[in-house]
Design a protein around this ligand. Structure first.
Ligand SMILES: *[C@@H]1O[C@H](CO)[C@@H](O)[C@H](O)[C@H]1NC(C)=O
Ligand SMILES: *[C@@H]1O[C@H](CO)[C@@H](O)[C@H](O)[C@H]1NC(C)=O
Ligand SMILES: CC(=O)N[C@H]1CO[C@H](CO)[C@@H](O)[C@@H]1O
Length: 308
């Protein structure tokens, strides 16, 4: 198995190997030095990844079909979807913080591709979970909400967004809006499950209504279990006055001013108007752009803010 995969390296590696071969004929000196020829690092990376049968997603650019093994209705428009790997002993292949891409081919043949962040532990064996809200005009959400257990969805990735290092910061501040909670939740879960990671986390999480709050049960249980380490504040567009757990209205500059400090990294994730208000948008997937909005007013710059 392993051997045959090495015999059929990926195209990129094949080009490198054959280029080296041509060179070999042209120059004897080089040929001698090539006796100790070592494959370039990226070749090893590709080779290792393509022979790793312990992970469901290898980051090799291939789409992998995964079977929908369980569906749970969490609210009127939100479901948790569990996707099973082809081998119960495989793990997802994700690192924190990463997303994956999901693809749906419409009846007309166009590709609808969306990024999602699994909400299950990245080291869980056999499956991962996605919590997905259905928006009235959302193509992928509408599609996946129509699926039944046993149907399949194509995934690829993972795409590493931020390589989390335990204890890199004393404290981090997470600012999330709506479904933007999922990458932030991946960090919260990863940090609190690791007894060695002492990073403190303050989460500010805004939503329209109480029903829209994703993963509230999970967040509240982590907050109860690690009171000195993790704190969450919920903000809602509208609430009735009797609810003490929530603040009405947007997360304000004043709320953030006491916790946002130069040495505390800030992570932001939410829909475009939300990003605009707090951090400014990303310029492109690979360019974070300058920090604007509330965080810039609080004196933060590129080095202290990450936009998911
Ligand atoms: C590839 O595998 C070898 C042997 O298992 C290991 O020493 C090396 O660190 C791996 N390289 C990468 C990039 O994972
Ligand atoms: C998964 O691991 C268990 C324990 O090592 C083993 O008994 C089982 O056969 C494995 N399953 C597969 C599909 O390889
Ligand atoms: C008060 C508050 O922060 N509301 C947010 C609720 O979630 C949406 C996204 O679904 C945000 O745009 C709102 O700002």
């Amino acid at each position: 198995m392993l051997k045959s995969k090495y015999l059929f390296p990926t195209l990129a590696s094949a080009v490198v190997v054959s280029a080296a071969g041509v060179y070999l004929y042209q120059n004897k000196e080089v040929a001698n030095s090539l006796k100790s020829f070592k494959l370039p690092t990226f070749y090893k990376t590709v080779a290792n990844e393509s022979t790793d049968n312990t992970k469901a997603l290898l980051g090799d650019g291939n789409w992998v079909d995964l079977k929908l093994s369980k569906i749970e209705q969490l609210s009127h428009d939100t479901k948790r979807f569990t996707f099973a790997f082809d081998d119960e002993n495989k793990t997802s292949g994700l690192k924190v913080a990463s997303c994956i891409l999901a693809k749906y081919v419409t009846p007309k043949g166009s590709n609808v591709i969306r990024p999602y962040t699994p909400t299950s532990d990245i080291d869980e064996k056999g499956s991962f979970d996605l919590v997905i809200k259905r928006y009235p005009d959302g193509k992928f959400g509408t599609h996946i909400h129509s699926l039944k257990e046993g149907d399949t969805v194509a995934f690829k990735g993972p795409i590493l967004k931020w390589d989390w290092t335990p204890n890199a910061y004393k404290e981090v501040v997470l600012i999330g809006g709506g479904t933007g909670i999922t990458p932030l939740y991946q960090i919260i879960h990863q940090v609190t499950k690791n007894p060695e990671d002492k990073t403190k986390i303050k989460l500010f999480y805004g939503n329209k209504t109480e029903e829209d709050i994703l993963l509230k049960k999970e967040l509240d249980s982590i907050a109860a279990k690690y009171p000195g380490q993790f704190e969450v504040k919920y903000y809602l567009d509208s609430i009735d006055e009797s609810k003490k757990d929530f603040k009405k209205g947007f997360i304000t500059k004043e709320d953030l001013s006491s916790v946002v400090k130069k040495e505390n990294h800030v992570f932001v994730c939410g829909p475009p108007p939300f990003m605009k208000a707090f951090s400014g948008p990303k310029k492109s997937p690979s360019d974070q752009g300058e920090v604007t909005g509330v965080l810039s007013e609080l004196g933060l710059t590129k080095d202290e803010v990450f936009k998911f």
